[in-house]
Design a binder for this molecule. Sequence first.
Ligand code: PEP
Ligand code: MG
Length: 756
Amino acid sequence: MLNTLRSIIQEVNSARDLDQALSIIVSRIRDAMGVDVCSIFLTDEHQQQHVLMATQGLQADSVGKVRLDFKTGLISLVAARAEPLNLADAQVHPNYHHSDKAGMEIFHSFLGVPIIHHRKILGVLVVRQKRIERFDEDHENFLITMSAQLAGAMAHAKASGETDLLLKQHDRKHDARPLQGLPGAPGVAIGTAVHIYPSTDLDAIPDRKVTNIQAEIDAFHHALASVKQDLTTLSNRLREVLPSEERRLFDAYLLMLDSHSLRGATAARIMEGNWAAGALRATIEEQVKVFMDMDDAYLRERAEDLRELARRILHYLLRDVQYKRDFPEHTVLVGEEITAPMLGEVPTERLRGIVAARGSRTSHVAILARALGIPAVMGAEDLPVQRIDGSVIIADGYNGNVYISPPLHVITEFERLSKEEAALAADLLRLADVPSETQDGKSIPLYANTGLLADITPSLNTGADGIGLYRTEFPFMIRQRFPGEEEQMRIYRQVLHAFAPKPVVLRTLDIGGDKSLPYFPIKEDNPFLGWRGIRITLDHPEIFLVQVRAMLRASAGMDNLYILLPMISRVAELDDAITLIRRAHSELNEEGNMLAMPKIGAMIEVPSAVYQAANLARRADFLSIGTNDLTQYLLAVDRNNARVAELYDTLHPAVLQAVYNTIRSSHQENKPVSVCGEMASDPIAAALLVGMNIDSLSMSTASLNRVKWVIRNLTQERAREYLQAVLLLEDASEVRSYMNTRMEEMGLGGLVRAGR
Ligand code: PEP
Ligand code: MG
């Protein structure tokens, strides 16, 4: 059963389009289950109908014609209840609706299961039999599993507008609902989607229509000849050193290169109008499937050889294509995974936005995007990357939403917002030189979060009062090995120097979780609950000490260094880290330096640290609340998982309580406390933090002046009133709506969109 499932899914995933995918599904399920009929109904919300879109067993010409409104028939009952319906005789059920168009009257037994993605009904999958008999449990389980697996593929099709097309609406209704991803970098980008992919990743190659068929055929043959040449040369070179057994692989490769199944099948696909790379991918997918279905393990492994061969052909095919691409004026790069070098391929003035199916806010590319001021959405898992090249696309980097081929009114609305945003940002620049203080005189310094040297200049220009969080892991991530003391020292010194005498908070290495170093791999089942942050550096004092020495030496003569320790979950960790820092400090001074002891802070980003905030504050010089992690740990919501992104909200009353408690505990010990997670950049949260008596806030540069505007329009007294009201609320959405109204009243409505 499992193999059947897997092979159906594989076939569906390699289907040319949704229409073909649906036909594959119904015919393969009918065969696998041995039933008389298998059909798929898709839900057409515009028309409020379920429409028969594919069938095996009913009259073929009923496809697209059988339309059941939301109240009619058993299909609607399955959709409305969102659960399977298994009947021995459908015709005696009170909801039975007989549609003679499809010749359904001869079927009695009925098993229908809803196709649901993210709580939304996409359609219904149904099987029928002539005889009167309930389907057994195996059948029911198979169909439920099948439908759950298909839901993802169908959601892709829906997002790319294919479902609408298929529903045969004459004027294609664009989908106004967005695809959910994760906010990567703030801002809104409207432009043309340009699919970008790693040139050697076969699976990532999209289909692309071409008109010059001959040129593609020539390119394909040329690539084949080049690979053949390479393989022959290699095989000859290895003749002396490789056993003949091993060299046979080369012969096998050469045979495959000449085989009709590769050469002929790819050429045939090119003739149908696909470009050579797309045609090659489709051929290889088909062939790999044949190998994978074989029972013989040796032959199954040959599938990998085939893929390797294809990668070599692809290398020649794509050598120059990517670089020769014409990027539209408003390019929004889309891809399964977008890497930093890919950004470099697009002329800067044309790059408007980034949308990636994988990754999160902490991915390297998201950090770069924030530094460059380019809106980005990450982790948009349902992004139909293969099919959206050239579509109009909107990336809303504030909320992590993506709109593909949206209706005109959505485009107009975003264009308006985008203009307002630009005007607001220009207007807010005038705030760069004024202090961040409330109308009743409470000063709340605003610091910048960074991790890249490229970030320093914009932070200085927007008037940041210092750096509140320098994530040192980024210089570590972009290297091939741990950077040495001198190398680190130079980087830290540039940052400390650029801001001196303003404070610069350097955080010690915070790897683990979702941040790994290519040269220090960590494999764990639950990385966010595993070896992370301070736990790693305390286990490797040599790494920690080198870093701390580099920080201390970098601060020579400037006295503006603050050291922040990530992921503290027990007081002993803070004690041990302070001991090591003191040791490094005294050793350096013994070596003849005259370095001041830096202020040491603990991050509060784990629930246990919230409860022990007073104990930690007593030991440290300051606290800094990392709301990104604190929110995920308090709410048990992975901060990088788009599927649960809706549950991730820093305005959740539990998060607000935890932050408030931490601030009070820190003040009890007369220690300053800051917020350096994303919460600080949400104007609504910032207003509440002022009410909680926060001492400073740290955020990405792009949000700095907005937050300053909020602070300058508030009195602390009013902020406290808001806080008192909000603390009585029970849900994040209530908090948001209450605060939205208050912001409108203050004339700060324009900022509300930047929330979350
Ligand atoms: C946080 O967790 O809020 C934080 C600031 O650190 P990071 O996002 O780097 O984990
Ligand atoms: Mg953190």
